[in-house]
Write a protein that binds this ligand. Structure first.
Ligand code: FES
Length: 157
């Protein structure tokens, strides 16, 4: 399934972006994975919107292209097939449910552990979809699964 796209863009690439595939190819497949500048990126189509994010789950490298898409607390998430972590498609935040044991009965509340998965920009130009990698500085946990383009590289001891 990877690198299966043999088409080429009909439109010029927006600045610093990379061609992924034709819109209708992605819509038909639902999801495509592609190496973008050495980074493994998942591009998916859901309810008329294209999303792009690191392909491997920040938690333990699960393959997000096999995850279900569901809404939690009004936010669209991809659910990692490995340990069911819920990652928002818009921001890459990990959502989880917390309970206050003093509450009787305890009512679970949705909270966020913050941005854990690097989310990229999917850009539509006419019939094509491009991705602009998110080069926000600092480490985002999913960077650990990418050997290229590691933002905020730290001195490892
Ligand atoms: Fe994704 Fe563990 S690898 S939840």
């Amino acid at each position: 399934s990877d690198e299966s796209s043999s088409s080429s863009p009909a439109s010029p690439a927006p600045p610093s972006s990379h061609f992924i595939a034709k819109k209708d190819e992605i819509i038909r497949a639902g999801r495509v994975t592609k190496l973008v500048n050495g980074r493994e990126v998942l591009v998916l189509h859901h309810d008329g919107v294209f999303h792009a994010l690191d392909m491997r789950c920040y938690h333990s490298g699960g393959l997000l292209q096999y995850g279900d898409i569901e809404e939690f607390n009004g936010r669209l998430c991809i659910v990692c097939p490995w340990h069911k972590y819920k990652i928002t498609l818009a921001e890459g935040e990990n959502l989880y449910q917390a309970v206050d044991p003093k509450e009787k009965p305890p009512k679970p509340k949705w909270l966020s552990k913050g941005v854990k998965q690097r989310v990229h920009r999917a850009i539509e130009v006419e019939e094509d979809v491009f991705v602009r990698l998110n080069d926000a500085p600092g480490r985002i946990e999913s960077d650990a699964y990418q050997t290229q383009h590691r933002a905020g590289k730290s001195q490892e001891k």
